[in-house]
Design a protein around this ligand. Structure first.
Ligand SMILES: C[S@@+](CC[C@H](N)C(=O)[O-])C[C@H]1O[C@@H](n2cnc3c(N)ncnc32)[C@H](O)[C@@H]1O
Length: 270
């Protein structure tokens, strides 16, 4: 089969989605990575391997394997309403399942309070490539009735987050969005882009700059990891500081900077 034929691409996409892990991802992301790898490798087997590796790097690498969302939803349902302590304990347990939120847990009590102090209380949020970060909602300085929109590419996680918003009586909605093919247009007070730009860079080097200029938000909370998943520094702080400085060249944001043990954070205001 000619690798550049539509049939070859369909066959590759089907093979990728044959694995439960990748069938749960937004289809446009799978199709994009499959097409790019087929073009680059020119050969089915190598393209399949490379596409799976890349999809794992941008999505699965952060999450505990095989999360039973139905089980977590059942636990959530068993929490009596109006019991904030039990809900917070649940959120803490579940945030351990995603590396980014797990790393933030030791300082989640003051993370959002510190970074958002100057613009709180927040009326509307758009959490982009959210992972399990919406579970940190009880620690955010929100105005009553705050709208919380959240998107990512992992479909069962998004369904679970919609259960969570209902259980937490939040005005929230989680929806699938592959940022490499679409930038959400909703207008909000605060967009959140935590530890996500390095990941999106692996899909499209021009995406970070486009996101920052096209997101319709008064403020954008951006962060970068300052340690690797294994906990080592590996010069990440310096690398990402330089990357962020390049991104800000010619951009007209007022920037405030915050530092946490595993994360460097910037609050950008228009
Ligand atoms: C490093 S994690 C950060 C998660 C979260 N923002 C946090 O800091 O807690 C990167 C997230 O980006 C998501 N992601 C990867 N590619 C994406 C894409 N093309 N569009 C939207 N989300 C994507 C992954 O599923 C993952 O949840």
């Amino acid at each position: 089969m000619n690798p550049s034929s539509p049939d070859a691409l369909d066959k590759l996409i089907q093979a990728i989605c044959g694995s439960a892990k990748y069938s749960q991802l937004a289809p446009s992301l799978v199709a994009r990575v499959a097409a790019e790898e087929l073009e680059k490798r020119g050969e089915y087997k190598a393209a399949l391997k490379a596409a799976r590796t890349r999809l794992h790097q941008v999505t699965g690498a952060f999450l505990a394997p095989e999360i039973n969302y139905a089980k977590w939803s059942d636990i959530l349902k068993s929490i009596p309403p109006e019991n904030p302590e039990e809900l917070q304990a649940f959120c803490r347990r579940m945030m351990r399942l995603h590396n980014s939120t797990a790393e933030r847990l030791p300082y989640v009590d003051h993370f959002f309070q510190t970074c958002l102090a100057d613009i709180a209380p927040i009326n509307s949020i758009l959490d982009l490539a959210c992972g399990l970060n919406p579970l940190a909602l009880p620690w955010m300085p929100l105005a009553p009735g705050c709208t919380y929109l959240a998107c990512d590419v992992i479909l069962p996680m998004l369904s679970f987050l919609n259960h969570f918003f209902r259980a937490a009586s939040a005005q929230g909605e989680a929806f699938p969005c592959d940022l490499s093919s679409e930038i959400p247009r909703q207008e909000v007070q605060l967009a959140i882009l935590l530890k996500t730009l390095p990941c999106l860079d692996q899909l499209d080097k021009s995406l970070s700059a486009r996101l920052l200029s096209q997101i319709r938000a008064e403020h954008i909370l951006v962060s970068y990891p300052s340690k690797s998943l294994g906990g080592r520094e590996k010069g990440m702080r310096q690398t990402y500081s330089q990357q962020f400085a390049r991104l800000m060249e010619g951009a007209r944001f007022h920037v405030r900077e915050f530092n946490f043990p595993t994360e460097m954070v910037f609050l950008l205001s228009r």
